[in-house]
Structures are given as structure tokens and as C-alpha cells.
Ligand binder design. Structure first.
Ligand code: SF4
Length: 358
């Protein structure tokens, strides 16, 4: 699994605190030089046959095609130029519409076979509040363009749990997403992140977080609508048509090793984790060794986010049988063959369930 971080955006969204810089032609070359050098240096860390490549950000769709091509060539020279089982690129609807069908077709020709479109909402006032570049009409136009370019694996991102987002507007957003017929939908509850503009707004008293009750209601609306439309709720925040579950993200939940390239990217090697510093040139890497306890907590937390759950024998070995029994007794955990999972109607409170176990 290879992840490439693209730390550029054209503007910053209200809620976001990911590492990103305002995109400009001048910084792409230094970024590409650094990424290509890192790929060469770390080629030995990559699987002989990595199945997935993921360009995330930031906003990978702000990268000129020439830069993307250069990075893919560097991967090829490092021995990883084959056909990817899954090659995902996160894109902004505005970039797709602005750059048009020729751009989307070129991405396909370069091997991208899964598009993840950051739509977030189909409500224009909400999109303006989020400081997104696109409106709802442009989001739909972007979706049409990627379909026309031949992408048959498209994911849409949405956000709920904003204090002034009504249930009606949220239901309408979910309906419009479903009407487009994406293969995959990721939905995240808004949280106030440390370095975001939203955190400043909250500190000034201009934003108050939505109540748990409101978030729960909107999560339930989402679950019901997605189930009725035939999507599998395979992870707390993710829904897919059968066979379109995200392979790359699935690897994170199963704690498979991955190599993260680029400023701010994280890597995982099984017993160690490393992360690159957040600077456009000369970024460095820091590594930490995970303790046995960290590994155990992470294994349980990640596995129980999914509908596959966790091996029952592993849970019995590492958690109190009384805790497991009481969670099973109140329906917060169910046994399916040789595994335990959190049932969908308890996904919303999974953090508390996992806390009880560990
Ligand atoms: S949400 Fe995406 S587009 Fe918006 S600032 Fe964050 S990384 Fe950039």
C-alpha cells in the first residue's frame, strides 16, 4: 500500500486542519523533486507487489498532470509501475469541472481507477459556510464528468452533525448523493479540529458543536437511506455497493503496512509508525516503536470499526470475559461465527463500547 500526500489546496475549508499549503505553480516543482527523491530512497520499503496507490490531501486534483506523471514515473522506476488493483485519487469537484473531461480522461489513462470526490454537502448555504469552492450544481457536474471519462468506481464524501444543519437538509443531501449512484459513500461527523478556522470560531463563541442527539438522528437518517438504497454499511463511516469496499482504507483497518510519501505523510511498518514533517522542501521523518499495549488497543479499535469485526479468540485472550459478556448481553456486541462485531445500530456509540473493552 502506497500513500502520496499532496499538501496543496486552493482555499481552506472551515473545518479542516490537515496539512496543506495554498497551491501555486512555483511550489509544484520543489514538491515533485522531494516526492521523487523519497520514492527512490524508500523503494526497498515498498511491497514487491503493492496492490493500492492512494493520492490524498490536501487536494491532489490541483496538481498539474505533468507533476502527477513525474511521480508515477518515479514509482515505475522504483519497480512499482504495474496495474494497480486500486488507484484512488481524491478530487475537488471544482477542479474536475474547471479542467474538464480531457483532464478526467487523462487521469484514467494514467491508471487512476477510483475517484473520491469531496462533495461534503448538496446544500449551497452549507457549502458556503464550509468555505468549499464548489456549489451543489458543480458537484453534480463533476460527477457526470468522471462518469463520462469512464470511472466506474466513484466515492463521494459527505459531512453531517453541523449544529445548524437541519435533518431535512441533511436528508436532502443524502438523497441527492444516492440519486447520482456512486459506488461508495464516506460520511463523517463534523468535529472541531485543533488548528481549523472552526476551532477559532468556537473559541470566539461563533460556533457551538451539535448535540449528540442531533448527530445520532442524522447518522440514523444516513444509515436508513443507505440501507434502503442497497449499500453495505461496512465501516462506521463508509458505505459501498457490494464489491466496491475501499481496498486501501481496508488495509488501514486491518493494520497492513503502508508507505506514506510526501510532506506530512504517515507510514506504518507493523511495529513502528513514522511520519514526515510538514514542510514543502527537505521534509524529515520521525519514527516511534509501538508498545504491545498500543498495538493491542489499535488492533481492537480498528477491527471493531468494521462490520467484519474481530476474531473472537483474540478478543477472549486480550479482554475481560465479563466485559465481553455484558456487552453481548446488552446488544452492543454480537457474535457472528468466530468473530465479534458491533451491530450497525450501535456503531454510533462504538467509541464507548471500545473503551469498555480496553
Ligand atoms: S478539506 Fe480538503 S480541500 Fe478543504 S482545506 Fe482540507 S484538505 Fe483542503
Amino acid at each position: 500500500m502506497i500513500y502520496v500526500h499532496v499538501p496543496f489546496c486552493r482555499s481552506f475549508c472551515t473545518y479542516c486542519d490537515f496539512y496543506s499549503e495554498i497551491a501555486s505553480e512555483g511550489c509544484f516543482k520543489a514538491y515533485a523533486d522531494g516526492v521523487c527523491a523519497e520514492i527512490k530512497r524508500r523503494a526497498g520499503e515498498m511491497d514487491d507487489d503493492p496492490k493500492t496507490l492512494y493520492f490524498g490531501g490536501g487536494t491532489p486534483s490541483v496538481l498539474p498532470l505533468s507533476v502527477l506523471t513525474r511521480i508515477l514515473l518515479a514509482l515505475e522506476e522504483a519497480g512499482h509501475g504495474g496495474r494497480w488493483q486500486e488507484f484512488t485519487m481524491e478530487v475537488n469537484p471544482d477542479d474536475i469541472v474547471e479542467k474538464g473531461l480531457a483532464y478526467a480522461t487523462s487521469l484514467k489513462a494514467l491508471g487512476v481507477n477510483r475517484m473520491s470526490i469531496g462533495i461534503q454537502s448538496f446544500d449551497d448555504p452549507m457549502l458556503r459556510w464550509m468555505n468549499r469552492r464548489h456549489d451543489a450544481a458543480r458537484a453534480e457536474e463533476a460527477f457526470r464528468i468522471v462518469r463520462e471519462a469512464g470511472f466506474d468506481n466513484v466515492s463521494i464524501d459527505l459531512i453531517f452533525g453541523i449544529s445548524h444543519l437541519s435533518d431535512e437538509v441533511w436528508a436532502h443531501t443524502v438523497d441527492r448523493a444516492i440519486a447520482l449512484g456512486p459506488e461508495h459513500v464516506s460520511c463523517y461527523q463534523l468535529t472541531v479540529e485543533g488548528e481549523s478556522a472552526l476551532a477559532d470560531m468556537a473559541a470566539r463563541g461563533e460556533y457551538t458543536e451539535a448535540s449528540d442527539t442531533q448527530c445520532r438522528r442524522q447518522y440514523d437518517i444516513l444509515c436508513q437511506k443507505m440501507a434502503a438504497a442497497g449499500y453495505r454499511h461496512y465501516e462506521i463511516s463508509n458505505f459501498a455497493r457490494p464489491g466496491f469496499e475501499a481496498v486501501h482504507n481496508g488495509g488501514y483497518w486491518e493494520r497492513r503496512p503502508y508507505v506514506g510519501i510526501g510532506p506530512g505523510a504517515h507510514s506504518f511498518h507493523g511495529s513502528t509508525r513514522s511520519w514526515n514533517s510538514k514542510q514543502l522542501q527537505g521534509w524529515t521523518s520521525t519514527t516511534e516503536t509501538l508498545s504491545a499495549e498500543d498495538t493491542l488497543v489499535e488492533t481492537i479499535m480498528l477491527a471493531l470499526r468494521t462490520d467484519k469485526g474481530i476474531d473472537a479468540a483474540f478478543l477472549h485472550e486480550n479482554c475481560s470475559r465479563d466485559d465481553i459478556g455484558s456487552l453481548v448481553g446488552n446488544g452492543a456486541l454480537v457474535r457472528v461465527d468466530d468473530r465479534y462485531r458491533i451491530p450497525e445500530d450501535h456503531f454510533f456509540v462504538s467509541d464507548e463500547i471500545i473503551r469498555e473493552l480496553i
